[in-house]
Ligand binder design. Structure first.
Ligand code: ADP
Length: 206
């Protein structure tokens, strides 16, 4: 009988795991998940946070509507089912970054407890930092950064969070930032104070 051993390829090395990549990068990977209404300040804070972390030597990746909804999720809309699928894919992508030792800063409205629970479950409690970027609807609408609230009020956008689609304020978060009460600088400082101890590299105990 012919041997099949010639068709077997021994694995010479195992796939490198997260620990060695975190060691290379000298950081602990986490997902910093910013939830909140449109216009609450997620993108603004993510950009400042990324810059502050970069200046301290941390490798990060921002995930937001611009790089997710226009690319990998460009087949998804804003129905309930699509919002779930949107978050599921984002959480899975975040996990790939985590396993590569990279910190992601995620800016997604993530409007319901259900949706945030999906993200938390996929990413894992230990690695998930949930920050509620909070400003009252009236303030966000007044800012109307992208003109979306006026469009929603005119009925030109269906299922717009806060207007025609619900936003459930998260009850248990790691940190809440009231952007109507704090300056951008104060907001970033508060986030940094919370996040830095979480991502500082520590050698694993043998
Ligand atoms: P989101 O990403 O949540 O939709 P954006 O970051 O695009 O919100 O817009 C938030 C707006 O609010 C920006 O114009 C920003 O300058 C302003 N703003 C005022 N105070 C703050 C604060 N403390 N933190 C973040 N943004 C703030």
């Amino acid at each position: 009988m012919q041997s099949h051993s010639e068709n077997l390829f021994p694995v010479h090395h195992e796939i490198l795991d997260r620990t060695v990549k975190e060691k290379l990068l000298q950081q602990r990977a986490r997902v910093v998940w910013l939830t909140g209404l449109s216009g609450a300040g997620k993108t603004t804070l993510a950009k400042y946070l990324e810059e502050e972390l970069f200046n301290r030597g941390f490798l990060t990746q921002i995930l937001d509507g611009d790089n997710i909804r226009s690319g990998v999720n460009n087949n998804l809309g804003f129905s309930d089912a699509d919002r779930h699928e949107n978050i599921r894919r984002i959480a899975e992508i975040s996990k790939l970054f985590l396993n590569c030792g990279i910190i992601t800063i995620n800016c997604f409205i993530s409007p319901t407890d259900d949706i945030r629970a999906i993200a938390r479950r996929i990413i894992g409690e230990e690695d998930f930092i949930e920050i509620y970027v909070n400003a009252p609807l009236a303030v966000c609408e007044d800012r109307d950064v992208k003109g979306l609230y006026s469009k929603a009020r005119r009925g030109e956008i269906k299922e717009f969070t806060g207007i025609t689609s619900p936003f459930e304020a998260p009850r248990q978060v790691d940190l809440e930032i009231r952007t109507d009460l704090l300056t951008i600088g104060q907001s970033v400082a508060k986030i940094l104070e919370f996040v830095l101890p979480e991502i500082l590299y520590r050698e694993m105990q043998a």
